[in-house]
Design a protein around this ligand. Sequence first.
Ligand code: NAD
Length: 249
Amino acid sequence: MRLKGKTILITAAGQGIGRASAEACLKEGANVIATDINAEALKSLQQDCPTIQTHILDVIDAQSIKSFAEQMPNLDGLFNCAGFVHNGTVLDISDEDWEFSVTLNVTSMMRMCRAFLPGMMEQAKVTGSSSVVNMASMASSIKGFPMRTAYGATKAAVIGLSKGIAADFVKQGIRCNSVCPGTVNTPSLQGRIASADDPVQAQKDFIARQPMGRLAEVSDITPIIVYLLSDESAFVTGQSLLVDGGVTI
Ligand code: NAD
């Protein structure tokens, strides 16, 4: 019950790391508000976890974020998880695809923080601290990988966004950190493997770049999310936490 009584909102909670984090936070006693763009995925989460509140929220829609935040209670925790992997070099990417990656991977997190931070600061006056966790990545933000230029640029920006927020609001009881996983076995990864020319080889290649010889499972990532949202990390802010199975040793 490390999150008992805390109200925590998660984006992209319909599947993958976001969903596993919603389930982990619920297990630790949080009131979880799970959001996603995919109604079917949220329905399935709601069926498995009837006490989770679910809401459709498209994080690339600025107006939806604003009006949604106005209806929500003051949060103790915000986990911005939504993100997208663009596959390509700087020579392949169109302006539209670049804009999409920037909007979904970074601008959405800035807008979520801008909308929810005032309420989180109010909450921190009562409890002492509120925590924002932003999903970055190890890939091409910390260590370069081929075909991940837009992804790496946006995830590096998430690390910077998180440090800036941490510095600006440390005196108001806000902590803000980012998480940088290695390759995690989620539906989106399975989609990237399936769409490769040789899916069997693609799976082998993803595993080969992990020194531990396996992909991360979502259960390797959720303990870090719970830790950063809990009071156990009360003295941790402005950090980017690598959970990469040794890729960056
Ligand atoms: P996933 O594809 O398995 O799940 C993503 C979820 O995001 C889906 O439920 C989808 O409906 C939702 N979503 C998509 N667009 C949205 C939008 N506009 N608004 C709200 N929700 C939206 O993804 P995942 O692999 O669990 O990745 C989650 C996060 O973790 C991403 O930010 C990703 O970049 C990051 N990450 C993933 C890995 C990995 O290897 N899987 C590694 C490092 C970081």
